[in-house]
Design a binder for this molecule. Sequence first.
Ligand code: ADP
Ligand code: MG
Length: 240
Amino acid sequence: MINVEHLSKTFGKHEVLQNITTTVEPGEVVAIIGPSGSGKSTFLRCLNLLEVPTSGRITIDGADITDKKTDITKVRQGIGMVFQHFHLFPHMTVMDNLTFAPVKVKGMSLEEARSKSEILLERVGLRAKADAYPSKLSGGQKQRVAIARSLAMDPDIMLFDEPTSALDPEMVKEVLAVIHDLASTGMTMLIVTHEMKFAREAADTIYFLDSGQLIEKAEPGRFFTKPQSERAVRFLEKVL
Ligand code: ADP
Ligand code: MG
């Protein structure tokens, strides 16, 4: 589904991603962990070209997004992204937040977009909030709306960058439950997270990044019990 070859990214002289090579299979759920500043967000953002790689090649479902001839807008439509801060449209109701892009970008009829959105809101437990404005929602509810809004575009891949880091502790669980549920539907997902228990339970694969390098790539059971690198051992000592 995603093929990354020798990906590097530099900002000025700072090499933020160093020669990353990996493959993500369809339906695979990857949790990306590592210290602050290790390049997790930059890696995720390279996958939909929010950051342009300095070198290397990334193909998404066969399309080489690092090739200037590729229609990136089309590739991006297949990739949903959810950020730490929810970025909902504040002047629109929850329902309008969900229907906006499918109608404007995909040309879906408003009727179809609304009935799809109702199903998605049901799925994230917010059917009753369809007519509410974002300002009336809790952080956890906002993030669940943001997830439903991404899903309204029918993505093949979902990227999450610390989706629970801005939430009060009591709201973390409800958002992780939605993401976990999505993981079990076969969606291909990459999730940057500091929630180690969630990473262990929900992910098929853990990527451990440190100083721009993909230091370890392992199945969670192995990573959390027998990390192979000294750096991962030290990181886990701090966070577990
Ligand atoms: P993480 O998400 O793991 O905390 P980031 O990918 O956000 O790490 O950042 C990795 C490094 O790249 C950091 O040192 C950060 O300061 C730097 N960086 C990120 N974005 C930019 C940018 N637009 N310009 C310059 N440096 C950046
Ligand atoms: Mg980050």
